[in-house]
Design a protein around this ligand. Sequence first.
Ligand code: NAG
Ligand code: NAG
Length: 371
Amino acid sequence: MSSLQIYLQLAWLLILSALLLAGTGIMAGGSSSAAKKKKVPAIIVFGDSSVDTGNNNFIPTVARSNFWPYGRDFGPAGAGGLPTGRFSNGRLATDFISEAFGLPATIPAYLDTSLTIDDLATGVSFASAATGLDNATAGVLSVITIAQQLRYFKEYKERLRLSKLGEAGAEEIVSGALYVWSVGTNDFIENYYAMPGRRAQDGTVGEYEKYLLGLAEAAIREVHALGGRKMDFTGLTPMGCLPAERVGNRDDPGECNEEYNAVAKSFNGHLRDTVVPRLNKELPGLRLVYADTYDLLDAVVRNPADYGFENAVQGCCGTGLFEAGYFCSLSTSFLCTNANKYVFFDAIHPTERMYNIIADTVMNTTLHVFL
Ligand SMILES: *[C@@H]1O[C@H](CO)[C@@H](O)[C@H](O)[C@H]1NC(C)=O
Ligand SMILES: *[C@@H]1O[C@H](CO)[C@@H](O)[C@H](O)[C@H]1NC(C)=O
């Protein structure tokens, strides 16, 4: 790394720290007018690799990305990047959403023990790459279950309460925070369709979908019982169009797996039309929204040029057809030069630019109600 790169990287870290401090400055002055104006004091995240900002760095699993080329474009251009454990070349949609709410430009990973209360007070991610709503999905690569993410949330709440923020400060954060869920894809593609025997055990895909929706509902109820009120459950993307699923498509190699896409649509439809309205009606004070990402990704994958992309079929890393995680680091000689031209960074996960578009779209269509 050149000294210029090191300098730029340091400069970026300073900017991030300044943003974090600015955020906490507002929080610390609990009675200031700025604090009163900030409707959402924190973004609290549960889910999988789409929203894991580095928790898997701290557990023994192969589902990791805290190495080159991940994070290649994290930070300012030319700085050389910084692998953080995000499965992308830069920031994730939830990082951009945090920024859109006037909160820090990056959401920290809860298991990072260097975090202070001030870092935690503006939001945190409990997410774990390769997890699912189903415990069995998390078991495939020994990652953090949703049940464990909820236990960490309880611990987080307690840490806020026991800090200088006190009971009232902690309550303000927990009740005012926006809770974002992004999970479910792995239950289908890493577990149900991938593991021999799962289908025999779990029944039809419709029955499995119902089971997962029940788990999603239970998790939302638990966060509500712990004081959460503003929530977004993000729908599934057209998972049959992930580069890895195109390659694995036996009936029509290279094309989107339309069966998987239909499953994602069905899951989203039931979530939006049944689960979300029911919970909003039943749980006092709850404001739960469904954020659609399916239509956007579907449009981007079908007409990438309309969004300034050149490639929506292969990931930027390796052959772009199957590599993710450690496989990405093994084939860096094939790394694309400009990830902004790619929808996907590896064979499963979007690039930072795609995540930025997702965040902007979801802010415009759905999350603006919390601003
Ligand atoms: C998942 O596992 C946790 C323990 O880690 C347990 O508390 C929970 O009940 C399990 N959920 C289901 C649906 O089996
Ligand atoms: C979101 O809304 C803003 C303001 O209307 C607009 O400038 C921007 O293009 C929109 N972005 C997306 C991705 O829809």
